[in-house]
Ligand binder design. Structure first.
Ligand code: RNT
Ligand code: ZN
Length: 415
């Protein structure tokens, strides 16, 4: 243990912060890392359908993963440089067919058997997402709210198939799987009917969630708008909040790119914790819109982490990441974003949260402001470095050398 760590620990201890307990809590908190940063949300279906649904991965940095083997190898490289517990977040479009390709309404557990093996051998959990975009039957941007009953049924069947896959994964790995429903449905221009699509979506969800399945944590993800669907989003925040509040066992997932620019997810987390025993997240970074930039260690991320930590919600808030930047090294993007999420959690764990609450409750707001500001320049980095070393991953920028080498040896050799 370094002297710097010991000195930093003493400073935090003076304020009543138990640094060892903080490090242990951090080491036990899994972060679900999204597979789709590795290939610009491409998936393995090898269709001509480009990424659709109002989301976009921009950039053409070389070396993106083209198949399961490459994606798994890249993910391995990333997680070897990230401390703590990891999970992998899969989309249905990452099914591995080995010859017997089926459409999304007929997906089966066997198409994810190789992912289960992958996760099992690395001791990590899996989360899951049905894929309601980048598909010919989503070309008009309408899936679970589609007025065409044939198309809507196709997507309902996809939802049902995915929940069964999630249940299979949960059983195989002995660990619950978060199954997250996000749909792109909406309209470019002022609609003539705003209720009809929502009633169809409500009915579709009821049909998808009808089956009782062990090990599956169901959630729904709202959004404000997407490119091409600027005027109306069927799955709005109010819609899904009401849906989940009236359907036991269904939760709302908060993606911090999916709200108006002055709304903050840090404030929504405690609102939901007053009513729900789980709050799943997609942590991202929105630059002017839902742009899914790599997560940085910035103020709102720290506020999100504080709401998780100081409300004793480490087990209730399920942290998943959601960004896809195709303009930089994709392995590095994973590492930067995930390490930042963990840094934010550590930062929050090192706050004298009890003391700060007491200052608020006793109306000592000058002292509260003073202490919150002083804490910003506490030797947080020394604790982070110690944590990384104890986790046997590089504690500083030297991890990038490993990624550079991997880029030369592997990524740049891809066509
Ligand atoms: C889109 C949603 C959704 C997707 C992923 C790929 O705006 O955030 O979560 O990013 O499912
Ligand atoms: Zn999301």
């Amino acid at each position: 243990m370094s002297t710097r760590f010991e000195q930093a620990k003493q400073r935090y201890s003076k304020l009543g912060v138990d640094v060892d307990a903080a490090l242990e809590a951090l080491a036990n908190k899994p972060i679900s890392i999204h597979c789709w940063q590795g290939d610009d949300v491409g998936g393995f279906e090898n269709t001509d359908s480009a990424l659709s649904g109002g989301i976009q991965a921009t950039g053409n940095y070389p070396g993106k993963a083209r198949n399961p083997e490459e994606l798994m190898a890249d993910f391995d490289k990333a997680i070897s440089l990230i401390p703590g517990k990891k999970r992998i977040n899969l989309h249905a479009s990452y099914a591995i067919f080995d010859g017997d390709k089926v459409d999304r309404d007929n997906l089966e557990p066997k198409h994810f058997a190789r992912w289960v093996e992958y996760a099992r051998s690395r001791g990590i959990g899996i989360d899951f997402n049905p894929t309601y975009f980048s598909h010919p039957l989503a070309s008009d941007g309408l899936t679970l709210s589609n007025p065409d009953e044939t198309i809507r049924t196709f997507w309902i069947n996809h939802g049902i198939a995915c929940r069964r896959i999630a249940a299979y994964i949960a059983k195989e790995l002995g660990c619950p799987v978060l199954n997250n429903v996000w749909i792109p449905d909406g309209y470019k221009d002022t609609p003539a009917d705003r209720l009809g699509p929502r009633l169809r979506l409500k009915d579709s969800l009821d049909r998808i969630f009808a089956e009782k399945l062990d090990g599956v944590i169901d959630c729904v993800e709202s959004k404000v708008f997407g490119i091409g669907v600027e005027s109306y989003t069927v799955g709005s925040s109010e819609f899904y909040l009401s849906y989940a509040a009236s359907r036991p066992g269904v939760y709302v997932l908060l993606d911090n790119g999916h709200y108006h620019p002055t709304e903050v997810v840090s404030d929504k987390i405690p609102s939901l914790l007053a009513f729900f025993d789980k709050v799943p997240l997609h942590v991202t970074r929105a630059v002017r819109w839902d742009s899914d930039h790599v997560v940085l260690f910035e103020d709102e991320l720290k506020e999100i982490a504080k709401e998780i930590v100081r409300n004793d919600a480490m087990d209730k808030v399920l942290i998943g990441l959601d960004f896809f930047d195709a303009s930089i090294n994709r392995v590095a993007a994973w590492i930067i974003g995930t390490r930042n999420m963990q840094k934010a959690l550590l930062y929050a764990l090192l706050q004298p949260n009890k003391k700060l609450k007491e200052l608020q409750d006793s109306g000592r707001f000058t002292e509260l402001m003073m202490l919150q500001e002083e804490l910003k320049t506490f030797p947080f980095g020394d604790i982070w470095e110690e944590y990384c070393e104890s986790q046997k991953v590089p504690s500083d920028e030297s991890w990038f050398d490993t990624v550079k080498q991997y880029e030369t040896d592997v990524l740049l050799k891809r066509g």
